[in-house]
Design a protein around this ligand. Sequence first.
Ligand SMILES: [Zn+2]
Length: 58
Amino acid sequence: MPVYEFFCRKCREPFTEVMKIKEHDERTPVCPRCREAKEVEKRLSAVHAVTTKKWLTY
Ligand SMILES: [Zn+2]
């Protein structure tokens, strides 16, 4: 499964979460520190770029 990178604006902390592509489209994860989702923004990670080719088989 792909690893997505997120950033919490409230804590000013980046974090990663393993999710299915569909899950990623449908929901925003909660920040592991403050447990809130509303200040979390999605980021494109290095992992994303490296594994793009593999993703096509999902
Ligand atoms: Zn947070």
